[in-house]
Design a protein around this ligand. Structure first.
Ligand code: ATP
Ligand code: MG
Length: 380
């Protein structure tokens, strides 16, 4: 079995592998890039596993003229930028000690040991520089069947790192087979260890949830998370009911995690998932706008294309109402419109707070008119 892809053939990537090989070390692609190449879906980032120690990787790469950034040196990772492409190069590891959040690792020269500490069998696939796939744990049949299965005993693996609960649902959402359903052993191990989620950092939870909610159809995974009480831990006060309707309403539109998060609600999604200030701001704005009567064009003007699209889709899902006619072109009409009245039109007759108040009132009338009132109408 061989994988292929432009990323694999890239001269920078091949050069980096050749530098390690020439010095007598293994350089194996691992994780997402191998998994995605086998599934024929786009490869986002390149992870390389090696039996060379991190300092050796750094020295060899620098001598070859590549830029090296020690991005995770304490757990054996350096980023090597070769001809413009970033590679996360990590020395083979085995866990020495785990506490459910952080692991103490030791470097290893054995790929089987490295595979054994990875989370799911489909993530423990390796490939040589020529694309030959190595499958030390028999992950390939699982990948082909889209079976997200823990490496080893699910319960034990979750106790080592509770983030794996969220990764289990994330990988099921993105790569699983909803017809076959979620792996039962994995699910029951997640359900008995819900308490472990409370000890995780909100950043790590947030990073997994973004990816999970960005899946084509995260609804089956999220529904299962809700049934097992995991969703309530991750996003208190949320409600998963309307998510599947939203996914249905979205049709072929590109998924957006932000939109899915709006529909889930929650008392404080910004805090629960450590969203940025801007992300929290748009989450609140869209949630507030769902109940308004603004037309798609008005929404486009006020919130931009993405925010308006999210509002229209969430409304349709929550109220189980049809989508407005021509809503996408109407949003674009709004995005490209300008409020016909400016402050200059009202000055000097109005100044200061009175000016602001008048402008605000004019804006509200213009939005309520579906952006059709003209300057003369608005000033009349
Ligand atoms: P993507 O980058 O597309 O989200 P990925 O599989 O590359 O998917 P990463 O989070 O980048 O996911 O992790 C890279 C690899 O490291 C995984 O494929 C897996 O083998 C391993 N890994 C990551 N996090 C864990 C973890 N918490 N426990 C065990 N192994 C992990
Ligand atoms: Mg990755």
């Amino acid at each position: 079995m061989k994988i292929s892809g432009d990323w694999l053939d890239h001269p920078g990537t091949q050069a980096l592998c050749a530098v390690l090989a020439k010095a007598g070390y293994q350089a194996l692609f691992v994780g997402g890039c191998v998994r995605n190449a086998l599934l024929d879906v786009p490869v986002a980032d390149i992870d390389i596993a090696t039996d060379a120690a991190p300092e050796i990787v750094s020295n060899l790469a620098e001598t070859a003229g590549f830029r090296v950034v020690p991005t995770g040196i304490e757990h054996g990772t350096v980023t090597v930028i070769a001809q413009g492409v970033a590679h996360e190069v990590t020395t083979f590891r085995r866990d020495v000690e785990t506490d459910g959040r952080r692991a103490v690792v030791a470097f290893s020269t054995n790929v089987a040991e490295d595979a054994a500490r990875r989370d799911f069998t489909m993530n423990a696939l390796y490939a040589r520089a020529d694309g030959t796939v190595l499958d030390p744990l028999g992950g390939l049949p699982d990948l082909i069947a889209r079976r997200v299965r823990f490496v080893g005993e699910a319960e034990a693996r979750i106790r080592e790192d509770y983030l794996r609960i969220l990764r289990f649902f994330r990988f099921y959402a993105v790569y699983g087979d909803p017809v076959r359903g979620i792996d039962v052993e994995g699910l029951s191990a997640c359900a008995t260890n819900v308490n472990g989620i409370d000890g995780l950092s909100r950043e790590r939870i947030g990073a997994e949830m973004r990816k999970l909610l960005g899946a084509r159809d995260p609804a089956p995974a999220v529904a299962t998370m809700a049934q097992t009480g995991i969703l309530a831990r991750v996003l208190p006060g949320s409600d998963a009911k309307a998510l599947s309707v939203l996914v249905h309403v979205e049709g072929d539109l590109p998924p957006r995690w932000q939109r899915r998060l709006v529909i889930l609600g929650g008392t404080d999604p910004g805090g629960a998932l450590r969203l940025s200030r801007a992300e929290t701001g748009s989450n609140v704005a869209i949630r507030d706008e769902i109940g308004s009567t603004l037309t798609p064009a008005a929404l486009g003007w006020k919130h931009g294309r993405a925010g308006a699209t999210d509002t229209v889709l969430c409304r349709a899902a929550l109220f189980e109402a049809p989508l407005p006619r021509n809503w996408q072109s109407e949003i674009l009409r709004g995005v490209t419109s300008t409020l016909p009245v400016t402050a200059a039109d009202l000055m000097p007759a109005l100044q200061g707070p009175a000016l602001g108040k008048k402008l605000h009132e004019i804006q509200a009338r213009w939005l309520a008119s579906d952006l059709y009132l003209r300057k003369s109408d608005l000033l009349a």
